[in-house]
Design a protein around this ligand. Structure first.
Ligand SMILES: *[C@@H]1O[C@H](CO)[C@@H](O)[C@H](O)[C@H]1NC(C)=O
Ligand SMILES: *[C@@H]1O[C@H](CO)[C@@H](O)[C@H](O)[C@H]1NC(C)=O
Ligand SMILES: *[C@@H]1O[C@H](CO)[C@@H](O)[C@H](O)[C@H]1NC(C)=O
Ligand SMILES: *[C@@H]1O[C@H](CO)[C@@H](O)[C@H](O)[C@H]1NC(C)=O
Ligand SMILES: *[C@@H]1O[C@H](CO)[C@@H](O)[C@H](O)[C@H]1NC(C)=O
Length: 627
């Protein structure tokens, strides 16, 4: 716990007296004080837990003892109490114990949003194993890669039937001695080489595993691996250690999330938003979480009312989909006290807040593998938080997240005469970075180069290290911060990062492609950027239906759905690789406008599993469809 912050908390009361006078000179001081006060509250909680070595699973078991009959989870009209979840987790723990996997090792899980995800995860925690949380939307090469990157000692797949098919397709590429357990099926229904988890669980006792069994777990032990979608290549397993889980699991202390609260979670649990915020904070507070298998805009508010939800967890796109549903007399009829999430943009913020009557919005920015974050606790429309010189002074040496000036061509931080990074000022755009402590064991599991790519060294003093979020942000005159864009060769679509290099590599694997350049383009009314590929065919080929179908099929096989290009542009002149950077800027600017671009343009056509021409005639219709 930083000393200066302690001092600040004590001083805040006194500062309040003179606040009115201060406000005249520094109109933003109230926002600073509110931000500092709330952040400090959450920090205190983390400090308490870390110093008592009270890990996530210990906190869960404590609530089981205190409130066994309380609802932990609400799912498809069923109530899963703390004690029921605990018993199921115990069964898993006792079964997994019999597998004799050493503490600290990994088990991969590929389970949809359902109670089994939660009790499997908790069961692994009880025996000190980390869960590698596989994105179940993946198939083919990305799926193989994700599983292997986690180096699991076993794989557990959920009952959803396409998951088994996806695994069977790639079985020969996985280690042959990897045991694969399937939920929801008996051994008789499974092909050879697969084990029934349910059959095994029948004989497993729901009795607790002694805490001493996991005595070797430390604050640095991995709790789980969450894959971040390929910012610089294929999905990478980000290490979530016990400390990080305690920290992110205390974030809701900002708004005093307690045992009377219910959070509604509709995004996949294999991502950090749902798990870190919804799941972990619910455990921390002994609260309830209402889970949905898949987001549905139509059933959203119905669920919120049915489950007496008090906290909403959003991502920007989700709010957009909700606003696209026609107005309803019951809009705003709920018990929600706040919404927390990421990616709610300025253009829909006010509409979302007023139409659905959301009292408070907490918009934050962080990274699964990052060591810091910002959060907007002041309801400033469109902002992701704030960082004033006053706040920097209060935090002093303990500041964890800052914004530095950078070169927008190279995406590298700019350095002053002494080689130091420079903080941005009001009206400037910068790069978000967070400090990496010397004890840090790494962002990702795997080759160290992956970490190096995300690390900025000697930023302010010789030997320091900072995590580069890869996010460009802008600061207004009152020190509020706004998200601008992803930097470098990635863009965001459907809340996933898309690496242009990864997409280009996949496409250039086709025998008729000579050259390809991939970039993101804006689509009105949609969040993020849509993928577009400018391709040049080898001389002997021309664009035709067969070729387009082949291209589509190839992308479908090689790339996750969010990374597949939505637009194609067939270039007739060679794209010179050395000058690609400059050319790319032009390509991005021209985008897919048939009134501007002379080259043949195509847009994805999922019904026909192909691409169809994008013309002056259908342009407007395509844009309106928002893809
Ligand atoms: C939950 O609500 C009850 C009844 O309103 C109240 O007595 C209790 O203090 C609340 N619990 C917490 C942790 O605030
Ligand atoms: C929601 O609240 C109402 C009224 O307080 C109560 O009757 C109902 O059981 C609650 N539903 C759930 C799922 O907690
Ligand atoms: C996108 O990249 C950032 C930075 O590497 C990461 O923290 C985040 O989790 C990624 N998003 C997804 C959905 O993987
Ligand atoms: C554990 O994770 C936190 C948050 O990401 C980080 O600050 C800390 O350095 C990590 N510890 C180790 C030893 O990696
Ligand atoms: C599929 O392609 C055919 C031939 O190009 C076209 O006539 C038809 O309208 C397409 N179907 C859809 C659903 O777009």
């Amino acid at each position: 716990m930083p000393k200066r912050r302690d001092w600040y908390v004590a001083g805040a009361g006194i500062a309040g007296v003179g606040l009115a006078a201060w406000r005249t000179y520094f109109p933003w001081i109230g926002d600073d004080i509110k931000t500092l006060r709330l952040i400090t509250k959450a920090y205190k909680r983390v400090f308490e837990k870390v110093s008592n070595e009270r890990y996530l699973i210990d906190t869960f078991e404590e609530h089981v003892r205190q409130t066994p009959g309380k609802a932990f989870m609400l799912f498809e009209d069923r109530v899963y109490t703390y004690s029921y979840m605990d018993q199921m987790a115990n069964k898993v723990a006792n079964l997994v114990m019999s597998w004799k996997i050493p503490i600290g090792e990994t088990v991969a899980i590929m389970i949809e949003n359902e109670p089994a995800f939660v009790w499997t995860f908790l069961g692994l925690q009880k025996v000190g194993l980390a869960a590698a949380m596989i994105n179940y939307h993946l198939t083919g090469q990305p799926l193989t890669h994700s599983i292997k990157a986690g180096s699991p000692k076993a794989l557990i797949i959920g009952q959803t039937s396409p998951f088994l098919d996806a695994i069977m397709d790639i079985r020969s590429n996985l280690p042959s001695d990897l045991p694969i357990y399937v939920q929801g099926r008996s051994q008789n229904d499974l092909p050879e080489g697969y084990l029934s988890m349910d059959d095994e669980l029948i004989h497993s006792l729901p009795v607790p595993v002694a805490r001493a069994y996991r005595k070797d777990v430390t604050p640095l032990s991995p709790l789980c691996y969450i894959y971040t979608s390929g910012t610089t290549g294929l999905p990478k397993p980000a290490i979530i250690n016990q400390t990080k889980a305690m920290a992110v699991g205390s974030m809701f202390k900002l708004f005093d999330y307690d045992s009377n609260d219910t959070v509604y979670v509709v995004t996949p649990l294999y991502h950090s938003s749902a798990t870190h915020l919804g799941f972990f904070n619910t455990i921390d507070a002994g609260a309830t979480f209402a889970l949905r298998r898949k987001f549905s805009a139509r059933h959203y508010w119905e669920d919120v009312r049915k489950y007496n939800v008090t906290v909403l967890l959003y991502i920007g796109e989700l709010c957009r989909y909700l606003l696209a549903v026609p107005q309803h007399p019951e809009d705003g009829d709920h018990k929600v006290r706040c919404a927390i999430g990421n990616g709610l943009r300025k253009d829909i913020w006010t509409e979302y807040k007023t139409r659905f009557k959301i009292p408070e919005i907490y918009e934050f920015i962080g990274a699964t593998e990052g060591t810091g974050s910002f959060i907007n606790v002041c309801n400033r429309v469109g902002s992701i938080g704030r960082l004033s010189p006053f706040m920097r002074w209060v935090f002093g040496k303990n500041i964890d997240t800052v914004i530095v000036k950078y070169d927008q061509d190279t995406n590298e931080p700019l350095r002053d005469a002494n080689g130091h990074c420079m903080h941005i000022g009001p009206g400037e755009q910068g790069l978000m970075i967070s400090v990496v402590p010397p004890s840090h064991t790494g962002f990702y599991r795997g080759p160290k180069e992956m970490d190096d790519k995300k690390t900025i060294r000697d930023a302010f003093v010789k030997g320091d290290a900072w995590f580069n979020f890869g996010d460009a942000v802008y600061m207004d005159k009152d020190y509020n911060i706004y998200f601008r864009d992803r930097t470098g060769d990635t863009f965001r679509w459907k809340s996933e990062n898309v690496s242009t290099a990864e997409v280009a590599n996949a496409i250039s694997g086709l025998d008729f492609i000579r050259d390809v350049n991939v970039y993101g383009v804006e689509v009105p009314g949609a969040d993020g950027k849509a993928g577009m590929a400018a391709v040049m065919l080898k001389n002997e080929y021309t664009v035709n239906e067969k070729l387009l179908k082949k291209l589509y099929k190839h992308c479908e096989r090689e790339l996750p759905f969010y990374a597949r290009p939505l637009f194609l542009r067939f270039m007739t002149e060679f794209i010179i690789t050395q000058t690609m950077k400059n050319r790319k800027v032009e390509l991005v600017k021209e985008a897919y406008d048939p009134f501007e671009v002379k080259d043949a343009l195509y847009v994805i056509d999922p019904q026909n599993k192909s691409y169809k021409p994008l013309t002056k005639a259908n342009y407007q219709q395509v844009i309106n469809s928002k893809l």
